[in-house]
Design a protein around this ligand. Structure first.
Ligand code: SF4
Ligand code: F3S
Length: 103
């Protein structure tokens, strides 16, 4: 599961699609955690898609991650600023790849 304390335990190493990337990263195999308010561990996400289907405000968009061992697309929290903290995505992700930090 995603580390809920990633902001303490990881370093911000850059930005992609308008959201922070928390390392370590070593593409294409290791992609880190994407986003801050809504965070997706790209190394755990296996492209189930429930988060995209269920988010009421369409926070997530697919991005291509060719060569990643778990899946070749990932759910990017592109519109994390629109999140209403309903926690649906956290509940539906089958591999607990998502952390939402209300506040
Ligand atoms: Fe969308 Fe709710 Fe998840 Fe926020 S907590 S990203 S609003 S499903
Ligand atoms: Fe990935 Fe979980 Fe969404 S596996 S696509 S973050 S439901």
């Amino acid at each position: 599961a995603i580390d809920p304390n990633f902001e303490q335990n990881r370093e911000k190493v850059g930005e992609e699609n308008g959201v922070a990337v928390w390392g370590p990263v070593d593409p294409p195999e290791q992609l880190g955690i994407h986003g801050t308010h809504v965070a997706v561990d790209f190394d755990i996400c296996l492209a189930d898609g429930a988060c995209l289907e269920d988010c009421p405000v369409d926070v997530f968009t697919w991005v291509d991650t060719p060569g990643h061992p778990e899946s070749e697309i990932k759910a990017e929290p592109t519109h994390e600023d629109q999140c209403i903290d309903c926690m649906l995505c956290v509940d539906v992700c089958p591999v607990d790849a998502i952390d939402v930090d209300p506040g």
